[in-house]
Design a protein around this ligand. Structure first.
Ligand code: PPS
Length: 317
């Protein structure tokens, strides 16, 4: 992915975008900043906290992304189960294309299968190629808060799947992950610091509850367009949840599929145990941009409900 190119012919506002690009660093100077989790600072942009590159991705998506009615957008607060749900939605929607025994997910990480909108939109060629490759229905993921989504997402009527995870597990999962990829020159980052920042709403794409409530409200208003699922429910009853998800995405399981137990196969394929045992997820690397790559294994840590009990005191909880 060549993110050095700033030209975007997708975008009707090319000149405007170039101007924006040049003024990015000027704009940062005007924003409030607080201690960062992986970089020195997080910046408050339109009431949420981001890294500079996330702000850039959001602005570009707002300017260039034209959602189609058939698009499917997976939305999560970071560390709420994105990797898992990417695998599930990809397998669900492509189950007529791939034989489960030689499935794409066996050799490609979930983040390769469904890219983040705010990352892929930065490169026109990758974005267009991806759109064509997944016709008739484009699968994308994002962490962007509802109020900052490109307007075409709601006006197109495309479907949104929002995944919620228990707050304390989200905090602990973010802390583990960020510690691993945190810039080496920054001071150590104890859980107490992470807890304090998270509590104040200062974390990537935070405040957490503003993120959740933004999508919860639109789900109440548009239940046929926005589906709210939880990490915990998918853990507890994956068959029921996956069946509900398939129905919502207009890909319900057919009778013969039920007989052939396709739903069980997908659950097994996407399980933490299976994904974390695959070579691609043990040694592979995910490039979100030429400057930012993360080893796939960091997206599969423990995959348990309630791990916060091992890290937070009762008072912190
Ligand atoms: N297949 C599967 N099943 C269950 N749980 C899973 C699965 N894949 C990833 N995980 C766990 O999800 C946490 C990572 O969150 P995300 O995937 O949302 O991360 S990211 O936002 O995409 O960076 C992280 O949670 P913690 O283990 O609690 O840190 C992962 O282990």
């Amino acid at each position: 992915m060549d993110l050095s190119r700033s030209h975007c012919s997708l975008c009707e506002h090319d000149d405007e975008y170039k101007k924006d690009d040049q003024s990015d660093s000027d704009m940062l100077l005007t924003l409030s900043k607080e201690k960062g989790w992986i970089t020195e600072y997080l910046y408050q942009y339109k009431s949420f906290w981001f890294t500079p590159s996330a702000i850039k991705g959001i602005k570009r998506a707002q300017q260039c992304f034209k959602a189609q009615p058939t698009d499917i957008l997976l939305v999560t607060f970071p560390k709420s189960g994105t990797t898992w749900f990417k695998a599930l939605i990809f397998s669900l929607m492509n189950r007529d294309r791939f034989d489960l025994a030689s499935h794409h997910l066996l050799t490609n990480g979930p983040h390769d299968c469904i890219p983040f909108l705010e990352a892929i939109i930065q490169d026109e060629t990758s974005y267009q190629d991806y759109r064509i490759s997944c016709l008739p229905c484009c699968l994308l993921a994002t962490h962007v808060p509802y109020s900052l989504l490109p307007t075409s997402v709601m006006s197109s009527g495309c479907k949104i799947v929002y995944v919620f995870r228990e707050t304390k597990d989200v905090l602990v999962s973010n802390w583990h992950y960020m510690k691993k990829i945190r810039l080496k020159e920054l001071p150590s980052f104890p859980i107490e610091d992470a807890h304090d920042l998270f509590r104040k709403g200062i974390s990537h794409f935070g405040p957490f509850w503003d993120h959740v409530s933004g999508y919860w409200k639109v789900c109440l208003e548009n239940p046929d367009k926005v589906l709210f699922l939880t990490y915990e429910d998918m853990k507890k009853d994956p068959i029921v949840c996956l069946t509900k998800l398939a129905k919502f995405l207009d890909k319900p399981f057919r009778l013969e599929e039920e007989r052939e137990e396709v739903v069980h196969e997908i659950v097994r394929l996407c399980s933490f145990e299976n994904l974390s045992s695959l070579d691609v997820n043990q040694t592979g690397v995910q490039y979100f941009s030429p400057q930012f790559a993360v080893e796939n294994r960091h997206f599969l840590r423990k995959g348990q409900v309630g791990d916060w009990r091992n890290h937070l005191t009762v008072e912190m909880a």
